[in-house]
Write a protein that binds this ligand. Structure first.
Ligand code: FES
Ligand code: FES
Length: 259
């Protein structure tokens, strides 16, 4: 029967009867295959030049350990760790801001190391523990770093804050008593467009100071005791300058000296 004006004639040079016979024979062969005639060997799984199996592009099963829990999902291999966390595991603490490894808003810990979750494929994050800001504290019981951020006015819009808190945790884990310069350097992979850097650095120094003052204080444990806020970095005085001022004061000189 013709469809759309096109004919479905048998191929040229073949009678209608011969064409139908051929079709029937092919049908019988196909049925034979279905009835258990062994099929041809399946094609071997594709491999890379280095011999690693190629997976995807469709979803493949993946297993993770996130915030102490074993979880799994079927994801396309192209999915980033950040998208997996936010869209599959409903962990939205890590923020998607630049999505290209520049701002640090998506910082999480992978095997204890601070990484940009937007720049790591989920499939590559299966072998190490993933820790997000959600693992640190809760609204009821803030982590000391989170409490120190609040105390030191270390956020405005708050978009960069989870990334900074996680980066600060990684810094204090590897260097519990950082200097101001080390805090600068340790947090240099995170940007705050609201410019709350002074408060952030002060919060980190405050927690480090509390940990040093109290041997039972552990920055990794929620609810650890805090200490009184120290002077903000922008108010901090150089120790040499401090000594000079004291000397002047003793002599009765200086702007605020006794007259
Ligand atoms: S969102 Fe990952 S670094 Fe900016
Ligand atoms: S508080 Fe707004 S970007 Fe840092």
């Amino acid at each position: 029967m013709a469809r759309n004006g096109e004919r479905d004639d048998p191929p040229r040079g073949l009678s209608r009867r011969a064409f139908l016979r051929g079709g029937a024979a092919a049908g019988v062969l196909g049925t034979g295959l279905l009835r258990g005639v062994p099929p041809a060997e399946p094609a071997a799984a594709a491999k890379t030049g280095a011999g690693a199996p190629i997976v995807g592009p469709g979803p493949v099963p993946m297993n993770f350990r996130i915030n102490g829990k074993a979880v799994s999902a079927r994801l396309e291999p192209r999915v980033t760790l950040l998208d997996a966390l936010r869209t599959r595991f409903e962990l939205t603490g890590a923020k998607k801001v630049c999505d290209r490894g520049t701002c640090g808003a998506c910082t999480v810990l992978l095997g204890g190391k601070a990484v940009y979750a937007c720049s790591i494929l989920a499939i590559d994050a299966q072998d190490a523990e993933v820790e997000t800001v959600e693992s640190l504290g809760s609204v009821e019981k803030l982590h000391p770093l989170q409490a120190a951020f609040v105390e030191n006015d270390a956020q405005q819009c708050g978009f960069c804050t989870p990334g900074f808190v996680v980066a600060a945790k990684a810094l204090l884990d590897r260097n519990p008593a950082p200097t101001l310069a080390e805090v600068h350097h340790g947090l240099s992979g995170n940007f705050c467009r609201c410019g709350t850097y002074a408060g952030i650095r002060q919060a980190v120094l405050q927690v480090a100071q509390a940990a040093a003052a109290d041997p039972g204080f552990a920055p990794g444990l929620p609810g650890a005791p805090g200490v009184k806020a120290r002077k903000r970095e922008d108010e901090a005085v150089d120790p040499g300058e401090k000594r000079k001022k004291k000397k002047k004061k003793r002599k009765g000189g200086g702007r605020h000296g006794r007259r």
